[in-house]
Design a protein around this ligand. Structure first.
Ligand SMILES: C[S@@+](CC[C@H](N)C(=O)[O-])C[C@H]1O[C@@H](n2cnc3c(N)ncnc32)[C@H](O)[C@@H]1O
Length: 254
């Protein structure tokens, strides 16, 4: 692991330890399934109807895992490099009796064999931790059985450009859509000096296609996948992209 990713893992361990893993509100949200938003449910409906085996790389607090099982998944395997995240997600799933299992592991390098799952579900703050987007896409493709699907619902690459001004949207003077990385602001999550990587939508799509997957759908949304502290920035009110969803499939032959 490169030194930046090592430091990021430490930042995540601290953040999960401080704020996330034992949070009762998160358990209630997981039980209610509210984190799996309607657009995700619509895109995944047919796939979840087949009772897929799901892997969730970078599963974090695991709320979506419980919701995926409630929505039809046979089992969800969460993978995260934070021991605190794994411990919290496992405790939450056990408390709710959900068919979720958790593995401590790093992406890429998920400790599962090739072609073993029907659906890879990921996102909601996942891609910004990948220093190599091509290696990420290859790992997602590796995990899928032929005919299996990759689903990503994540922050739009443009969303980090917007200020959180309440009166009108503005572009931050310290960011570029074509930038390489930036340090997580102190008023955001997980902070602790974590470094986020930037990938344009074009680079993400190209990485997925280069990994051998067929893109089925690519949607952009005004609503962020998450609002830090429920902030109601003008940039989140319908005019600008803040999230995207991508559904891709591993071809059955090849
Ligand atoms: C924004 S969080 C959680 C995202 C998760 N999908 C959710 O909605 O709860 C990102 C997670 O990615 C994990 N993470 C970051 N880089 C990772 C890597 N290279 N391998 C494994 N986990 C990683 C962090 O520990 C953190 O739990």
């Amino acid at each position: 692991m490169d030194p930046t990713s090592r430091a990021n893992r430490t930042a995540w361990e601290l953040a999960h330890q401080e704020r996330v893993w034992a949070n009762d509100q998160m358990t209630a949200e997981a039980a209610a399934g509210v984190t799996l938003v309607p657009s995700e449910r619509a895109l995944l409906r047919d796939i979840l109807a087949t009772r897929p085996l799901v892997v969730h790389p970078q599963s974090g607090n695991g709320q979506d895992d419980v919701a995926l099982v409630d929505a039809g998944a046979r089992m969800v395997i969460g993978v995260d490099y934070s021991g605190h995240a794994i411990h919290g997600a496992r405790g939450r799933a056990d408390a709710l009796g959900a068919a979720c299992h958790y593995l401590l592991g790093t992406v890429p390098g998920v400790p599962l064999r090739d072609g073993c799952v029907d659906l890879v579900y990921t996102g909601k703050g996942a891609l910004i931790w990948m220093p190599d987007i091509d290696a990420w896409a290859a790992e997602m493709a590796r995990l899928l059985r032929p005919g299996g699907h990759l689903f990503v619902h994540d922050g739009h690459p443009a969303t980090d450009l917007w200020t959180w001004d309440l009166d009108e949207p503005r572009i931050r003077p310290d960011r570029s859509y074509f930038g390489r990385s930036f340090v997580c602001p102190d008023d955001s999550f997980p902070a602790h000096g974590a470094v986020m990587w930037q990938w344009t939508l074009g680079r993400i799509v190209t990485a997925v296609v280069t990994a051998g997957l067929e893109i089925r759908q690519l949607d952009e949304y005004a609503e962020p996948f998450w609002r830090m502290g429920d902030v109601d920035a003008a940039a989140f009110r319908g005019r600008l992209p803040n999230a995207f969803a991508l559904l891709a499939r591993r071809p059955t032959a090849g």
